[in-house]
Design a protein. Structure first.
Length: 359
């Protein structure tokens, strides 16, 4: 049974809700405000259950500044866009200038009115242990063309070898060519959301390349091999092992805040393995499978929230995010995979979060 409870009142006076999906000992809570993952309860190696997703206790935290975008569905355009400009079929469209020097660039479409700040319509599917959410943007809204219909579906099910899988499926249909690059912005701490930093988490990523940043944190426009850099996670390494390395890219971002190029992308296809994270203390593990070309590894370098759920306080590196996406600012780099959406060409992206106990 999917339990539906109130999550509080939005600034507009509407009631936000939480949908709790249950599978065995696992619980996943998703709010219709921002199509946001607000909690993930999973057992450790001893059977003790903890919430491993960072976030707030009610909708007020998410509707407030929430600069970290905890758990939210980000869109229509995730990550940073150079000059806040999007060229489509010879016309340049402007996003909100909200990031970088003089706020000339764009981050996450609109930090006040993006998809993670809107109340979505939601329908529970008891038979599939899922909830499907929908949200629409009118032509020109948030700066981009097309009447757009977005979907976010969250489904919880048993996986292989005793794992639990949360599958997040994003989609968009538009009546005009437009730009869509959605992601989920959940942060995880596999020891528990209130357990301090994640520097001891062992991480491996199926990526041979990464995207270096300019000084303003916009993609520099090249794919650089991870070999010989702190971004080489082809073998398991603790997140903290090289997070303070004497490296220009590490200095720019104050740690990891970079897109990794997940190997094996060939266009639309089934989710492929991208990341494995293991917490040695609890034995919990997380595997992430994606259909997107890349995923952004962010170690919460700017986190500073003193009033999180359960009385927790989040400091820098209290959690890590792994955000599947088309390469940031790909719209300005035609040789990169492009996130095209329009009549007859819907946008689709699938993320699988597979939780288990390391063996």
């Amino acid at each position: 049974m999917i339990e539906i409870t109130s999550f509080g009142t939005t600034p507009d006076g509407a009631e936000a809700r939480v949908f709790e999906l249950a599978e065995g000992a696992a619980r996943v809570r998703v709010s219709d405000f921002g199509a946001t993952v607000v909690g993930v309860d999973v057992p450790d190696a001893r059977g003790s259950v903890s919430d491993v997703a960072l976030g707030f206790a009610d909708v007020s935290g998410y509707a407030g500044p929430n600069g970290a975008c905890y758990g939210g569905t980000i869109g229509p355009v995730a990550n940073r866009t150079d000059r806040a400009e999007v060229p489509i079929d010879g016309t340049t469209y402007r996003l909100a200038g909200n990031d970088g020097p003089d706020r000339a660039n764009n981050l996450h479409s609109d930090l006040d009115r993006g998809l993670h700040k809107r109340l979505w319509s939601a329908v529970a599917d008891e038979g599939r242990n899922a909830v499907t959410m929908t949200c629409s943007l009118a032509d020109g809204e948030l700066g981009l063309p097309g009447n757009r219909a977005f979907t976010a579906r969250f489904e919880l099910a048993d996986g292989a070898d005793g794992s639990i899988e949360l599958t997040v499926t994003y989609g968009c249909e538009s009546d005009a060519p437009t730009y869509v690059n959605m992601t989920n912005h959940s942060y995880f701490n596999l020891s528990g959301h209130d357990s301090g930093d994640v520097l001891g988490t062992l991480v491996s990523v199926d990526a041979d390349g990464f995207l270096p940043l300019r000084d303003d944190c916009v993609s520099a426009g090249e794919v650089r091999p991870v070999d010989g850099t702190p971004f080489d996670f082809r073998e398991p390494r603790a997140l903290g092992e090289r997070i303070d390395a004497d490296d220009e890219q590490i200095r720019i971002a104050r740690g990891y805040d970079h897109c990794l190029c997940v190997r094996g992308w060939e266009g639309a296809g089934s989710p492929r393995h991208a990341l494995r994270a293991v917490d040695p203390a609890s034995g919990r593990s997380l595997d992430v499978l994606v259909t997107a070309p890349g995923a952004h590894l962010y170690t919460g370098n700017w986190l500073d929230d003193r009033d999180a759920k359960g009385g927790a306080a989040y400091a820098p590196r209290s959690g890590f995010a792994f955000e599947p996406e088309f390469y940031p600012d790909c719209v300005h780099h035609g040789d990169w995979p492009q996130s095209v959406c329009g009549p007859g060409a819907p946008y689709a992206s699938t993320i699988v979060y597979r939780f288990s106990v390391a063996r």
